[in-house]
Structures are given as structure tokens and as C-alpha cells.
Design a protein around this ligand. Structure first.
Ligand code: NAP
Ligand code: SF4
Length: 671
């Protein structure tokens, strides 16, 4: 237990107040802008207000909303995610007032999506289609540009009317303002294109107009692209020039963004080292006298504190980590940073939801943006609850049930909790999963859940303890394959490879093309993976301001599956492309539509399009999915015990940590 813990000295730099424009922020930690998919639903603004208020109560120094468009053309989607009228200002009160009541500060992000909008009316400086959009934008006329500047100012004035503490002008990531600035997207030959001065005219005019609309008190933050990561974007020198002009135009702070959405370099995925882009923020900070905010892949207080302490930035913006833990700042303040629910950069419940139109949440924090679905009321009757299985489903159930006052015992057969999450933590780029498990273990301890590891509980143990309820979260067992010769000693399961009980040879064949097959291929291509890549290694790998140096695969790897179609179609929308690219660069061979004939001393025999082939292999790794492990539930039910089956034990198909944690949390909260 952490009783008596106090703020760690190295973190104190994060809790120093800072003046931004006319507002004093109590600390350096900003909840950055993130779309929730509630922005387009004014009737649900109360949910948004509750979501942000929770973060304000948790200590966020400043909150930035998801983007709202200043006009119809600037919307991200075909819905009403714009902010242009007094009536809407009234509706925004449902967002702002709860944050202020919770003692927080919130600014509205004004986002004109430019050619990234997904609707028919998109506009840009020039009619050039974005590689990530099917629709082509119309080029803005001079009159439309001038009207757009007035529209920004109008939305800023409405934001103040709604009670916001200021606004952030989104000027990075490839949206309209980036499109004006970059030669890549601005081919105009009038006063708004050509020279840097002309290309910079639009953002500078927007900032001046917004400043005028806001007056002196409210915050004017400008989100500036600190690193473009696209061809024909702004150079570093041009970015520094722009930073100075934006300061002169009246911005109170510069929040740094990294890369355009069409960049083919990872910027927020797990494979990006923590704080990898702090240098880009530092370059800007050295050129201006207003506060600068660093962002991207900063998910732990140690990294945030280092960035501020070494002078790379004055503030640190985190969006996803505030989804993962609303109490982030309070835990830092209380010296309980090892209780922080760690964002694992999976994007599965946040960005991937956003792109499918679902309201976002968080894999490791199912309460995020679902606050209303959970209660913090103590349970009317305190029960004795056993949770069998210490994977993430069981952990979530145990924490929520304990939160309501029940006595909870969590049993795990393995020597430590974590289950599949711990195995995932061995994959390059998923190192944060292991940190997350450590922090979950600390949360269980702090909450007072009794954790029993290394003990395989059976019905007799449970019966003796006389539990009121038993939660079976025993997870999954890897699926066995029915291929002749599968008992060959060269055939191993993915769990043995990842936990180190089996070692792969030089020629590896992987059976299965799902998420785990891809992960295992990456793990084995990297070789004995001992450390997460350093920032320098990462920059060289992706050719960021340096020549690209691709790593060599440490062994030859072939992936095989029976179904037709490309490999990797089931991977996450916003992260799958990175994994596919990495395996391609490692030269991993992929064979679809294979029939498995058998395994013998020569290797794996397959048939593809009527042709026989032998894949020579020293090791054949089975990544053929999973089956539920729920035998205990059947026995308990037969004895009349009240049983709840969750996670992989309930449904192994598409084994899914997001679903598992959600099921566990909901069940635990309703017990
Ligand atoms: P999966 O995605 O269901 O893939 C299982 C693979 O095994 C399939 O490619 C299937 O291919 C093959 N297979 C199934 N039954 C087989 C059999 N009897 N014999 C031989 N091959 C068989 O399962 P997974 O790879 O274990 O991943 C589980 C879940 O974890 C996924 O749904 C995903 O959500 C998640 N995950 C995602 C990621 C990521 O996105 N990066 C990483 C890890 C895990 P054929 O039927 O074509 O042969
Ligand atoms: Fe982070 Fe994943 Fe949660 Fe998104 S869903 S906030 S990436 S842990």
C-alpha cells in the first residue's frame, strides 16, 4: 500500500502553475484534443460534460475539446459537428459548466478539416485530393477564404459566450491550415500561395481575427505542426518562422502536433518511443517566448517531467492517457503514479472507434466516455466474491466489484497476473502492455483485493471459502491444429514462443494469419528482443530527418493461412498498416489459400492452387486462434453456485482485450 506516499521530487516540475494568456493553469498537464464522436450530438453534450468534468476533477490543468468546425465546409463528417450559432453556444453550456463546477478549465478546439473532411462539400487551397480520402476538395475562392477567416472568429466569439476559457486553433496534422502552409497542397498563384509569406497569410489572419474576437483574457492556443513527416511539407526553418509569426499575431501558446494524417511514419502507435518528438517541440520553444506544449506518445509522468525539466516544452499534452485514467494528475500529485492506468497506445477503443463512428472509450478504462453507465454508490449488500483468472477481464471485474465495497479474492494459476496481456508485452511496440499490467497489480493491491497467484483453484477450494458469487475469467487455451504430424517436436504454440519456454530456429513457419500470427512474426523477426527501440533507432527506422535504415530480419519467416485475401485485414484500422509495413520490410513471406497436407522431417507440406510445396522449417509456430477455458463454470453451475463467465472464457472467438475488460468492468460494477 502507498499510505503516506507523496509527490515524487522529479515530478514536482509538472505541478508548477503557469500563466497562459490571461489564465493561470495549476499545472503543466493538458488533456489534448480528441474526438469522441459526441461532438456531432448536441443532445448528448451532457455526457461530454460528465466525461470532461471527471478529468477536471482528476486534476487536468487544461482540457481541450474535440474539434468543432467554424463552417459547413470545415466539418469532419456530414453531421452537425460545427459551432456557428447562439443556440449552439447555449448547448455547449452542458459541456463547459460541469468542467467549471469541477474546478477545471476548458478551451474549444476550432478545426477546419479542409480536404480531410468526409463529406461532399470539402474545400482546400487547391483542388488536390488527399491520399486518405476518396473525395476531392474544391479550391477556395478569395471571398471564401476571407469568409472562412471570419467564420473562425465567429466560432471563437461563440466559444467565449458559451463560457469556454478560450480556444485552440487547429493548425497542424494536415487539416486546412496545414494545407495552406505546405507547398504539397497549396499550388495557388495568388496572395494566398507561392512564397512562404503568402502561404502563411491564412493562419496568421485566422489568429489575428480570433484574437480580436476573444479579447485579451481567454486563451488562444495554436496547434502548430512541429514536424510534418510528408514530402513538400514545411521545413524545420519554415516552422520556426511560422511559430514567430503566430506569436506576433496574438497566440498565447503553441501546442505542437506531429505529422499529417497521411504520413506514412507512425506518430502515436506503440512502436513510437515515449516522448520521441520532444526535440521538435524544443526547436519551437527556443524560437518563441510564449509557452510551448509537447505531445505524442507521452503516457507516463516520468517522460512528461523529463520533457519539462530539460526545457523541451513548458506543458505536456496527453489525450489518450487522460482517457485511460481521469485521475492522472491527482495520482502524480499524491505520489501514486504507479497506480496510473497506463495507456497502451493500442487505439482500439479510441481512434479505431472514432473511425467507425462509435463513441470512443478506452480499452484499459471502460468507464471512459461511459461514465453514466457506472455507479460509485456502495453496493447495498456486501458480498464475498471470487474471481477466477487474473487476465484483464478478471482484473477489471475485481477492481470494480471492490470499488463497490465487496470482499474480492482474485485467483490466478500462473505465478503472476496479466494473462494474454503479459504475453503481448513481449511484442516489440507493445512494451507498454507489461507496464500496464504492473500498474493494474498495484491498483489491486491498493484497492484491497486479495490476490492469490500460483494456485489452480478448483470447485473444492471455492466451496470451502463459501463465496456468494464466482466470476469465471479463466480465459482461453490456444487452439490445437488437426494437421497430420502436428505432434512433431518442432511444432510449438505461440504462448511458448512469447513466454520463452520455446526458442525458434532460423527457418520459421507460422500457421495462422490473425493478429497474433502477425505479432509473433514481428517478435521473431526482431530476434531476441531485449529493449524497446531508442528514439534514434526509431528515427533511423522510419527515415525521420535521417536516411532510412531498415532492420534485417533475424530469421526467415513464412506465414500461412487457409482463407483467401490479403494478410492483416483483421488488424486495427489505425495501427494495422504499421505492422503490415514492418513485416513487409522484414521480408516475411505470406501464403494465403493454403491447404495443410502434413508435417514431417522436411517441414510443413501445403497445397496452393493445386501445387504442392514444402516449407522447410526448424520451428513451426501455431497461431491458430483460441478456445474458451470454462470447464470450471459448468461444474460450479451444476453445484448451484452463482457463476458469471466473462472474457475469453465466455467467448474465445476474436479474443479481444477490449471486450474482456468491458465485460469485467460492467459485471463488477453491477454486483
Ligand atoms: P484470429 O485473428 O482468429 O486468427 C486465427 C488464425 O488461425 C486465422 O488466421 C486462421 O486462419 C487460423 N486458424 C483458425 N483455425 C485454424 C485451424 N484449425 N488450423 C489452422 N489454422 C487455423 O486469432 P489470433 O491471431 O489468435 O488473434 C486473436 C485476436 O486477438 C484477434 O481477433 C485480434 O482481435 C486480437 N489481436 C490483434 C492484434 C493486432 O491487431 N495487432 C494483435 C494480436 C491479437 P485460416 O482460417 O485462414 O487458416
Ligand atoms: Fe490508450 Fe488504447 Fe485506451 Fe486508446 S484505447 S486511450 S490507445 S489504452
Amino acid at each position: 500500500m502507498l499510505e503516506g506516499a507523496s509527490l515524487r521530487a522529479s515530478h514536482s516540475v509538472l505541478l508548477e502553475p503557469i500563466r497562459v494568456g490571461g489564465v493561470t493553469l495549476p499545472n503543466r498537464l493538458v488533456m489534448g484534443s480528441m474526438h469522441t464522436n459526441l461532438e456531432a450530438h448536441p443532445e448528448r453534450f451532457a455526457e461530454l460534460g460528465r466525461f470532461y468534468a471527471e478529468r477536471a476533477r482528476g486534476g487536468a490543468g487544461l482540457i481541450v475539446t474535440g474539434g468543432f468546425a467554424p463552417n459547413v465546409a470545415g466539418r469532419m463528417h456530414d453531421g452537425p459537428c460545427l459551432f456557428v450559432s447562439d443556440e449552439q453556444a447555449e448547448a455547449h453550456r452542458a459541456i463547459v459548466d460541469p468542467v467549471h463546477a469541477a474546478g477545471g478549465r476548458i478551451i474549444l478546439q476550432i478545426l477546419h478539416a479542409g480536404r480531410y473532411g468526409y463529406h461532399d462539400a470539402i474545400v482546400a487551397p487547391s483542388p488536390i485530393r488527399a491520399p486518405i480520402n476518396r473525395a476531392s476538395p474544391a479550391a477556395l475562392s478569395t471571398e471564401e477564404i476571407e469568409q472562412t477567416i471570419r467564420d473562425y472568429a465567429n466560432t471563437a466569439a461563440l466559444a467565449v459566450k458559451a463560457g469556454y476559457d478560450g480556444v485552440e486553433v487547429m493548425g497542424s496534422e494536415g487539416y486546412l491550415i496545414s494545407e495552406f502552409l505546405a507547398p504539397r497542397t497549396n499550388k495557388r498563384d495568388d496572395a494566398w500561395g507561392g512564397s512562404l509569406e503568402n502561404r502563411g497569410r491564412f493562419p496568421i489572419a485566422v489568429v489575428k481575427a480570433v484574437r480580436e474576437a476573444l479579447g485579451d483574457g481567454p486563451i488562444l492556443s495554436f496547434r502548430i505542426s512541429a514536424l510534418e513527416l510528408v514530402d513538400d511539407g514545411l521545413t524545420d526553418d519554415e516552422i520556426v518562422w511560422l511559430a514567430g509569426r503566430i506569436e506576433e499575431a496574438g497566440a498565447d501558446c503553441l501546442s505542437t502536433g506531429i505529422g499529417w494524417h497521411e504520413s506514412t511514419v507512425p506518430t502515436i502507435a506503440g512502436s513510437v518511443p515515449h516522448g520521441a518528438f520532444a526535440d521538435a517541440a524544443r526547436r519551437i520553444r527556443q524560437a518563441v517566448s510564449i509557452p510551448v506544449t509537447a505531445s505524442n506518445r507521452i503516457n507516463l509522468p516520468d517522460d512528461a517531467a523529463r520533457i519539462v525539466a530539460e526545457g523541451s516544452a513548458d506543458l505536456v499534452s496527453m489525450a489518450r492517457p487522460f482517457l485511460a485514467d481521469a485521475e492522472f494528475v491527482n495520482k502524480v500529485r499524491d505520489g501514486k503514479d504507479d497506480l496510473i492506468n497506463v495507456c497502451i497506445a493500442c487505439n482500439q477503443a479510441c481512434l479505431d472507434h472514432y473511425f467507425t463512428g462509435e463513441v470512443i472509450s478506452c480499452l484499459v478504462n471502460p468507464r471512459a466516455a461511459r461514465e453514466g453507465a457506472f455507479t460509485d454508490e456502495p453496493a447495498p449488500a456486501k458480498k464475498r466474491i471470487a474471481v477466477v483468472g487474473g487476465g484483464v477481464a478478471g482484473i477489471a471485474a475485481a477492481l470494480e466489484a471492490r470499488r463497490r465495497g465487496h470482499h474480492v479474492t482474485l485467483y490466478e494459476a500462473a505465478p503472476a497476473i496479466g494473462g494474454q496481456f503479459t504475453l503481448a508485452g513481449r511484442i516489440p511496440g507493445k512494451e507498454d502492455y507489461a507496464i500496464a499490467v504492473d500498474h493494474l497489480a498495484r491498483q489491486l493491491d491498493e484497492a484491497g483485493v486479495e490476490v492469490v497467484t500460483g494456485r489452480h483453484v478448483d470447485i473444492d477450494t471455492l466451496g470451502r471459502e463459501n463465496f456468494d458469487e464466482v466470476v469465471v475469467a479463466t480465459g482461453i487455451a490456444p487452439r490445437a491444429i488437426g494437421i497430420p504430424g502436428a505432434d512433431d517436436p518442432r511444432v510449438v504454440g505461440y504462448t511458448e514462443i512469447l513466454d520463452g519456454t520455446a526458442t525458434a530456429g532460423q527457418r520459421v513457419v507460422i500457421i495462422g494469419g490473425g493478429g497474433i500470427g502477425h505479432d509473433v512474426a514481428l517478435f521473431l523477426a526482431h530476434g531476441e528482443h531485449e529493449h524497446a527501440p531508442t528514439t534514434d533507432e526509431f528515427r533511423r527506422r522510419w527515415g525521420i530527418e535521417s536516411e532510412q535504415v531498415l532492420p534485417k530480419a533475424s530469421r526467415s519467416i513464412t506465414m500461412v493461412k487457409r482463407s483467401p485475401g490479403h494478410f492483416g485485414r483483421t488488424l486495427g484500422k489505425t495501427t494495422g498498416w504499421i505492422l503490415r509495413q514492418e513485416l513487409k520490410d522484414f521480408g516475411v513471406r505470406q501464403i494465403a489459400e493454403a491447404t495443410y497436407v502434413g508435417i514431417d522431417a522436411q517441414g510443413l507440406h501445403i497445397r496452393v492452387n493445386g501445387q504442392d510445396e514444402v516449407l522447410a522449417a526448424d520451428t513451426i509456430v501455431v497461431c491458430a486462434g483460441q478456445e474458451s477455458e470454462n470447464a470450471l463454470a459448468d461444474v460450479l453451475t451444476a453445484r448451484g453456485q452463482s457463476v458469471h463467465v466473462i472474457g475469453g472464457a465466455r467467448l474465445a472467438g476474436e479474443l479481444d482485450a477490449k471486450r474482456a475488460m468491458h465485460e469485467g468492468a460492467i459485471l463488477g460494477n453491477r454486483m
